[in-house]
Write a protein that binds this ligand. Sequence first.
Ligand code: AMP
Ligand code: MG
Length: 409
Amino acid sequence: MIPLKDAQEYVLQHCRVGHSELRSSRSSLGLVLAEEVLTSEDVPPFDNTAMDGFAVRSEDTLEAPQQLEIVGTIPAGSAPDFSINPGQAARIMTGAPLPEGADAVVMVELTQVEGDQVTVQKTVPEGNHIRRAGEDLESGQVVFEKGTKLTPTHLGVLASIGCLEVSVFSPIKVGVMSTGDELVEGKVPLEPGQIRDSNRHSLLALLNDLGLEGIDLGLIPDNEESIETAIRSACFGEGSCDAVISSGGVSMGDFDYVKVVLDRLGEMQWMQVAIKPAKPLAFGLVGDTPVFGLPGNPVSSIVSFELFVLPALKKMMGEPEIWAPKIRAIADSSLSRRPDGKTHFARVKAYIGDGSYRVKSAGGQGSHQLSAMADANALAVIPDGDGINEGELVEIIFLHQLTRRLNGS
Ligand code: AMP
Ligand code: MG
């Protein structure tokens, strides 16, 4: 068996950062900048008012209350063509530019209007309620560094500087196949010995959840020829994939041909990783394409995805932060295990209680018990030994897919 860290390193070393492209900003949510973004405009572009009220000369308010003559109205979107002379004021709306001569704004709540006169109740300092040009961003400055992952707010900022296109790492296309003669799909009755394919569905959904394009490569029977044809066409065929994930056929069974085929087609490592679940992993490059041979047990395939595939795909997409953070949580009940030389990844429900992260088991821990895993939102990392006692601290990794369910319900 090899340590988890070594297996993860091997995989990462063989996955390269992908291509970049110019892309419309509005379709770049979740992608990572391949170049820094500069602004050629100030934001805000001009001095403007943060309040509805009156634009004044601050020195005119020194003796407040003070009556001033109203000489105009400035709505947002207009450019005033008059100036404010001593003793004068102008109605002004939030976002409108300051007129010449005015150096402060008095909020409307502190004024009283009678005809063309306004009484200002309070003395205001120069600059009062004025948002200066460039206070958010200054022309010429770097707005976002290379490696920034674009969130909805980043897209808002790009819009605010008129940046309609950005250079980002291209989204990648990832093919997913299930292998196994026992697997069936769709609304068919199960014949003796058959089970329904679930891995392809969870793996494709995991990719969707990451904002990637998952390509369904179908159900492949347990024979070398079918597996080879499927992998070849995914790696070299028309519209080929940037990475391929298969599940099943990488263990010690007589019909585990995925590793045999990968060995023939590419530079492949077949690993027994010191973890439970998800001990077997086949990984290799077929041509330039990383191919992940995940174990078939449904829980194992998802754990293997989280530990090996996810960091690799993040690297390929240019993400600077590829590892899930480890957080310490209190075990609500014991998470028991026996010493076996492996690190165990228990499926747990994590929640926040009394201001701390806490965890409880999500149910059956067999690698075939997918429904228990569906209830989990984190993996508890249980080092080799006798497990974690109730009340002790345990390291957890949130499952990428399920961080939403934090309330433990
Ligand atoms: P394997 O890794 O091919 O030896 O499969 C290990 C276990 O996982 C066996 O019980 C398989 O029937 C099961 N299995 C393999 N592939 C899938 C799949 N796509 N969906 C559900 N179970 C599977
Ligand atoms: Mg199999």
